[in-house]
Design a protein. Structure first.
Length: 255
């Protein structure tokens, strides 16, 4: 199976594909997992990442000997309350360190891909990791069309940087962050489509759609393109996905 291959599966069959996804990860690697916990709503609403998926990934990483597993998130507000209410601190029992990124040190990084967004901050815990796993929810977004693997990484920015990006070209900002991480880290994606979200007012308001799907792969552009097709749209109509492919960061075709 190539690095541009994308797997569509369900939660019960997910274990069959994790060996492929985690191939090459060693016990010495530091692994950072980024779910989407934008607000305090359960996964059944189609708004937030299902805790069970993240717990499964943490357990499988522990089974292959990974000792340093970090789960980090930075919601728009009430980070600690959201992490507590959605029970993400329970992941500690499987060996993960759960990080409220509000409390993490932010490091300035530079990326010259676009002049509009070439200097931004990222959490130190993320920058210290070897492997980054984006675990977004499959849902629509009123500004970006959809929020999937790449857009989920945008949520790693501190709030001030996010506000600036929203005032400018948000698609260039998403790709700039992705481009930086693509150069520096090994990136993987596991998209929660068990219950997706549709509607023009996503990512926090919309209609939950029970799909029973998990979409995973090593090429985040291909994963996001696949998800867009599942959602009934054309990946080339989502600017940041097309832009990432144009800059050679992944494939729109091999999906």
């Amino acid at each position: 199976m190539s690095n541009t291959s994308v797997v569509l599966t369900d939660y019960n069959s997910m274990h069959q594909w994790v060996q492929y996804l985690f191939d090459g990860i060693t016990s010495a690697d530091r692994v950072f997992i980024k779910p989407n916990l934008c607000i305090d709503l359960p996964a059944s609403t189609g708004v937030t990442t299902d805790l069970e998926i993240v717990a499964f990934l943490v357990q499988k990483l522990s089974e292959i000997g990974v000792k340093k597993i970090y789960v980090g998130e930075n919601p728009i507000h009430k980070s600690e309350e959201i992490l507590n209410n959605l029970n993400f601190y329970s992941l500690k029992k499987y060996g993960a360190s759960v990080i409220n990124l509000d409390n993490d040190e932010n490091i300035i990084v530079n990326n010259e891909l676009f002049g509009s967004f070439k200097r931004f901050h990222l959490p130190k815990t993320l920058l210290d990791a070897d492997v980054v796993i984006s675990v977004p929810k499959m849902k629509t977004h009123c500004e970006t069309g959809a929020t999937l693997s790449m857009k989920n990484l945008f949520g790693l920015l501190p709030r001030g940087d996010r506000a600036l990006a929203h005032k400018g070209n948000i698609h260039e900002a998403i790709v700039s962050i992705f481009h930086f991480l693509h150069k520096e880290k090994r990136l993987l994606s596991v998209v929660d489509g068990i219950v997706a979200l549709e509607g023009k007012n996503g990512p926090t308001v919309g209609n939950p759609v029970p799909l029973g799907l998990i979409v995973m792969g090593k090429d985040l552009v291909a994963v996001d393109s696949t998800c867009i097709k599942v959602m009934g749209a054309n990946p080339e109509d989502v600017p940041h996905i097309k832009l990432a492919a144009t800059h050679g960061l992944g494939s729109l075709e091999n999906i």
